[in-house]
Each structure stands twice: as structure tokens, then as C-alpha cells.
Ligand binder design. Structure first.
Ligand code: NAD
Length: 493
């Protein structure tokens, strides 16, 4: 079993308080033991990050120095891609093939982007003043950043925050998820072993929401909180952070609709939405969870999805041919099954899958629900499991009404070969991220975020780096004539 330690001030720190364990969802075996970090551990990590920011001078380092450090980390992580991908597969069941191709390689690419971003931070000088007045806005790092991440991409989601924070000149405390402490610790081991970061610039804490998350969010020394996880936790964090006006950005849940119009390229669409719905058991915030289909295509779409779902390679996540492993935890499995049960109770019919007769393992085959109400809970709430609902529509207005009928606003897609129609629908989808005729393409160069219950702020791209900046306006008057000189002389006659 892996013993995960906290990483504070450049040291792996032993802990003799309470601990918790992570489990292999395929075998049930223990994978790691990690500390339940308490308020004292939080305070030590915040103090270390503060020292590194101020006395250590990380905030004043040149962009090129931060870039070099991030590039070194990228190389170190890349050299460990295979073992870290296997560890993620063992700790949360995501297939090693997905981890190699998407998670770890994606994280390496992001670190290289953020290295470049460290050298591209720009403020502005207004060109509207007289030339003797320099009126400008300067980017400064926000300070100590708490980075709270979930379990579904335990390396990549940490890198999205950590790379941006370090590029901006912040110091950081990463808090891993209680499901995947070892996977995120493997990233921090790469930080340590790269030797590229002074002590205290990057810190790691393990522990659950209570007490660890709360203590981190409440700590007055934390200037910026960046969170990815459920909407309920995001709301709690924002409420607590509001008490001291800490900067917050939130990447929360989603309920992704795909609108499939009558002129869609159906083969391509069905391949993409089946992959989008069920890859690693639908445990992705931008998993495709609802198909809103032209009613003339409804039966063909249902048949096509069922046929493809049967062929999905599901099994041991360490087998490099698999695309779907077990659900990450018993809690996640039970939640998905309860939504399948609920969907059926609401009037839907499972055309494949359904409530499994044998629930002893955490492997949950795809479920496709048809005929349920568009305002049912399973149609509107996030399941975060392999559950896809399909609704027919009669015209574009109805398609949009169904697609937008959820409190979330993360992502959606439109499938049409008529570019005017595709763009019309894309503009009217009330989400922050739209794919047209594709799914799961993401580039670090373009920023990403959610609206409504899906979050606040941006991640990736330069906008993602700016989340870790604090702007300073600076005005210099070089004129010899002081503009307030006459102010004390009374009104002119
Ligand atoms: P979660 O909210 O249960 O936990 C997320 C993290 O928050 C964990 O590290 C957890 O320990 C911590 N946490 C819990 N309570 C806290 C508190 N009171 N204070 C501070 N931290 C606290 O979410 P989860 O089950 O780990 O992740 C699944 C969710 O994440 C889904 O809703 C999914 O949609 C969302 N997600 C969103 C994105 C995105 O980019 N929008 C990406 C991935 C996952």
C-alpha cells in the first residue's frame, strides 16, 4: 500500500493524526493511505506558501524562470506517463489507455503551454492620455492559491490549476480528492523530483472536505481559491469565501445536451455521442448525457446507440484495449443506479442497461433511457455515470427548450451539416462550451468554464492564467505643471 504524505515547504511530512484509505474499484484492494489533514497542517502549508511567495521571492521571479521550471516539470511528468497512468487506473478505475492518451499526455501539454504563458503576461497602458501621463494596469500574482480538485482527472485537473497559478507567479497548495490521494501525489512527486521549484512554491495536502477543505477555504492567508467538483460543494466554498472576500473560481457539474438535427452525419454523430456518453463510465463533467433528437431520426438514433453501446470495450482498466472500467467508488456506483431507478419510476424505459441484477462489482454497463419526461429529475440533474437519456423534438424551438431545461450551463453539442442551422442552435444553447459535429476536443489554448450551476470563471488559455492575477493600476504624471495647483486659489473670475 502506498503511504501518501503531505508535501509542505519542499518536504514530505509525516503525520501521526487520523488517516483514510483509497481503494482499487476493480479489485477492492487498498491502494493508498493518506492523512486527514487538520487545521494545523493547513496552517503550515499556507505559511510555507506565503514565505515562498514573499521572502522566497517567487512572486518577483522573471517569467522565463517560471517557464523553465514548468518545462522541467513537464519533462519529468512525461517520463512517468506510463506508471502514473497505471496508478490512476488502479486508484479510480479509469482505463490506462484513456489516462495515457488524454490525462497524463494532456497534462504534459498543458504544462508546456503554461510555461509559454508565464512569458506572455501583459498589462496595458492607455493611449488616451497626454504623452506625459503614463496610466497603466499591471498584472501581479494574486498570492497564495488553494487548488481543490476532484477524483475524475486527478492529474490533469490539478495541472490546469497548478500550471496557471505558477505561470502567474502565485504559490500553491493542492488539495487532492479523498478518492485519489496517491494519483495526485504522483504529480507532486514529479514537482519535487524535478528540483525546479523552491521550497513552499508547491504544497500538497490530502484530506476530505471536512476538516481539510473547510480549513483551507477559511484560512485568511489563502488569497485565491480555485475549485473543481460538484455544484453543492462549489456553492458552500463560495459562501465561506465571501465572508472574507477571497477570490474564487469554480468549475462545477454539468448536464450536457447534444442536439441532433435531421441532416446530421449520423454515423459520425452516433460514434461520437456514444463515446462521449460512456467513456470511463460517463464520469466526466462534459460527458454527453442527453440526446435531443429530431423525432424523424429518433428510432434510428436509439438503435445506433444501443448497437454501439454493446460493443464498448469494458473491463479491467489496466488492459490497454479497454475504454470503460468500473465506477470510481461504491458511492458513485450507487448514485448512478439510484438515477436509473428514478428514471424508470419517472416513466422512462431502459432500452439497454437498467438496474443491474448483480451489484456486487462496480462495473456498471451503459444505460439508455427513452420515453421519460423532459422535466424529470434524471433529465435535468447530473448523474456522473453511464446514463444517457433521449428525447425527441419537433422543431428547433422545442429542441432548444429541452436542451436548456436544466440548471447547469457547462457544455452542449449540435449535430447538423447545415452550417447556418448549426450556428443558430449553437448560439441559442445556454451553455458556456459548444461543440459542432464533434465531442471531446479540447485545446489548452482556448479557455473553458461554466455558467449558471456549472461554475464561475475560466480555466485554460490566457483567461485561465488571469484567474490567478491581481490587477494594479499605476498612474504617473511627468508634467512639470501640477494639475491641482490652482485648486487652492479659489474659483477663477
Ligand atoms: P466534490 O464536490 O465531492 O469534491 C471535489 C473536491 O472538493 C474534493 O477534493 C473534496 O474533498 C473537496 N471538498 C468537499 N467538500 C469541501 C469543502 N466543504 N470545502 C472545500 N473542499 C471540499 O466532487 P467530486 O465528486 O470529487 O467530483 C465530481 C464533480 O466534479 C462532478 O459534479 C463533476 O461534474 C465535477 N467536475 C467538474 C469539472 C469542470 O471542469 N466543470 C471537471 C471535472 C469534474
Amino acid at each position: 500500500m502506498i503511504e501518501v504524505k503531505n508535501y509542505i515547504d519542499g518536504q514530505w511530512v509525516g503525520f501521526d493524526g487520523p488517516s483514510f484509505e483509497s481503494f482499487n474499484p476493480t479489485t477492492g484492494a487498498k491502494v493508498a493511505r493518506a492523512p486527514v489533514s487538520d487545521a494545523a497542517a493547513v496552517a503550515a502549508s499556507v505559511a510555507a506558501a506565503r514565505r515562498a511567495f514573499n521572502e522566497g521571492g517567487w512572486r518577483w521571479t522573471k517569467g522565463s524562470v517560471r517557464a523553465a521550471a514548468l518545462l522541467k516539470l513537464a519533462d519529468m511528468l512525461e517520463s512517468r506517463s506510463a506508471p502514473i497512468s497505471e496508478l490512476i487506473a488502479r486508484e479510480m478505475g479509469k482505463p490506462v489507455r484513456v489516462n495515457m492518451a488524454r490525462e497524463v499526455e494532456g497534462a504534459v501539454d498543458k504544462l508546456r503551454y503554461f510555461a509559454g504563458a508565464a512569458r506572455f503576461l501583459e498589462g496595458s497602458v492607455t493611449g488616451s492620455t497626454v504623452p506625459e501621463i503614463w496610466d497603466m494596469v499591471l498584472p501581479e500574482p494574486a498570492g497564495v492559491a488553494a487548488l481543490i480538485i476532484p477524483w475524475n482527472d486527478p492529474v490533469d485537473l490539478a495541472v490546469r490549476k497548478l500550471g496557471a497559478a505558477l505561470a502567474a507567479g502565485c504559490t500553491a497548495i493542492v488539495k487532492s480528492s479523498e478518492i485519489t490521494p496517491a494519483s495526485t501525489a504522483a504529480l507532486i512527486e514529479a514537482v519535487h523530483d524535478s528540483g525546479a521549484f523552491p521550497p513552499g512554491v508547491v504544497n500538497l495536502l490530502s484530506g476530505p472536505g471536512q476538516p481539510t477543505g473547510d480549513a483551507l477555504v477559511d484560512h485568511p492567508g489563502v488569497d485565491k481559491i480555485s475549485f473543481t467538483g460538484s455544484t453543492a460543494t462549489g456553492m458552500r466554498i463560495m459562501e465561506r469565501a465571501a465572508r472574507r472576500l477571497a477570490k474564487v473560481s469554480l468549475e462545477c457539474g454539468g448536464k450536457f445536451p447534444a442536439i441532433i438535427t435531421e441532416d446530421a452525419d449520423l454515423e459520425r454523430c452516433l460514434d461520437a455521442v456514444t463515446y462521449g456518453a460512456f467513456m470511463y463510465g460517463g464520469q466526466s463533467c462534459t460527458a454527453c448525457t442527453r440526446l435531443v433528437v429530431d423525432r424523424r431520426l429518433h428510432d434510428r438514433v436509439v438503435e445506433g446507440i444501443v448497437e454501439r453501446s454493446r460493443k464498448l470495450p469494458m473491463g479491467d482498466p489496466l488492459d490497454p484495449t479497454m475504454l470503460v472500467g468500473p465506477m470510481a467508488s461504491r458511492k458513485q456506483y450507487d448514485k448512478a443506479v439510484s438515477y436509473i431507478r428514478l428514471g424508470i419510476a419517472e416513466g422512462a424505459r431502459a432500452v439497454i442497461g437498467g438496474v443491474p441484477a448483480d451489484q456486487s462489482s462496480l462495473f456498471l454497463p451503459p444505460t439508455v433511457l427513452v420515453g421519460g419526461p423532459v422535466d424529470g429529475r434524471v433529465a435535468r440533474e447530473e448523474v456522473f455515470g453511464p446514463v444517457l437519456v433521449i428525447h425527441p423534438f419537433a422543431d428547433e424551438a422545442q429542441a432548444l427548450a429541452i436542451a436548456n431545461n436544466t440548471p447547469y450551463g457547462l457544455g452542449g453539442s449540435v449535430w447538423s451539416q447545415d452550417i447556418n442551422r448549426a450556428l443558430r442552435l449553437a448560439r441559442r444553447l445556454d451553455v458556456a462550451d459548444v461543440w459542432i459535429n464533434t465531442h471531446y476536443i479540447r485545446h489548452v489554448e482556448t479557455s473553458f468554464g461554466g455558467r449558471h450551476h456549472s461554475g464561475l470563471g475560466r480555466e485554460l488559455g490566457m483567461a485561465g492564467v488571469e484567474e490567478y492575477l491581481s490587477w494594479k493600476r499605476l498612474c504617473i504624471d511627468t508634467r512639470s505643471e501640477f494639475h491641482l495647483k490652482n485648486w487652492f486659489e479659489g474659483p477663477s473670475k
